[in-house]
Design a protein around this ligand. Sequence first.
Ligand code: FAD
Length: 380
Amino acid sequence: MSAELQAFRDGLRQFVAREIAPHVGAWDEAGTFPRELYVRAAEMGLLGIGYPAELGGLGITPQDARLRLIATEEIARAGSGGLMASLFSHNIALPPLLAQASAELQQRVLPDVLSGAKIAALAITEPSGGSDVARLRTTARLAGSNYIVNGEKVFITSGMRADWLTVAVRTGGPGAGGISLLAIPGDTPGLTRSPLQKMGWWASDTALLHFNGCRVPAANLIGAENSGFRAIMENFNGERLMLAVGANAFAQVCLDEALDWARQRQTFGQPLIQHQVIRHKLMDMRMRVQTTRAWIDALIAQQEAGPTTPEWVADLCLLKNQATQTMQHCADQAVQILGGMGFMRGCKSERIYREVKVMMIGGGAEEIMKELAARQLGQC
Ligand SMILES: Cc1cc2nc3c(=O)[nH]c(=O)nc-3n(C[C@H](O)[C@H](O)[C@H](O)COP(=O)(O)OP(=O)(O)OC[C@H]3O[C@@H](n4cnc5c(N)ncnc54)[C@H](O)[C@@H]3O)c2cc1C
């Protein structure tokens, strides 16, 4: 790793140890974290990675994927997926704007979000289904210089607090060809939001959104009308790569916590780690984490060499499954090694155990990942 990347990692590690890790337990119990953390994260260079300097980002560099990987891994060390999901929700909301929105719309949205002053969220999923994006029902009808938006979105990360929502809407006929993306301000009259209670990710707000006759300026259309489906699919690639990185990083956190415990805990007159079966569990965890990390590195290297291919997209889908299964295995084994302590709140592995399933479902569920991979490889 270059000295520059290592310095970025070292700085972040101290930031997370000082300003995040001591608080994640309380934030999880409170079901939220302070808004000011977005500003601190922006100051630390966490929010602007991969965004142009003229829009308030750190500038586009060849190292962006590595910087995002480091940012994700270091935030994960605090052991809270909910915090990570909300703090970085802009990374699923803004890329379509960056790729396709008018310069004027980009200037209205990106600088405030990248400085941490405003929060952005992505709203694709609807109560009638999330996997089959092409069938979404929320409508946007052009009336003069506004779209009138009606419909519902569900399970939206940062949905309660978002100042900007990147929303998938139907502007045309049925199917993938009738979908557009709109940037909708959070204070639009007719938009109501309700919080949802969850198995995990407690520090993250997750919302049900109702759009009831919301008037949205036509200038807030992202890209050409009815071209949204492709933008949504391309956006998923970035989300899935970071979900994979995050899942593997949480697996590592579980391994670290279990190893520490196994060294300290005495059973039958000796440290737990002296029992062969425990050592083997730890080595099985390490084997999976290291394998997954190597695959992540390989896919990032291919992306850097660009352009990406259908085979790369297929492998990315399978990598997401591999990483989330690694997280599931390691969370399960860590809780087992920690014994009763692993069941107690305040233990990172306990929280991560509760956060596994959302990683296996969100951003494209396991079954959908396999289907998409097979299609990309031309095998169905
Ligand atoms: C905490 C949380 C945060 C989220 N954040 C966001 C967000 O910020 N923005 C957003 O837009 N969405 C968000 N989501 C939604 C998430 O992306 C969806 O839950 C996911 O895409 C699955 O959609 P669904 O829940 O409607 O399941 P469904 O599409 O109803 O699928 C249910 C199950 O059936 C399986 N399945 C579906 N079709 C097939 C098939 N053809 N063959 C085999 N199996 C199939 C799926 O894999 C899944 O296991 C979030 C979800 C959660 C839980």
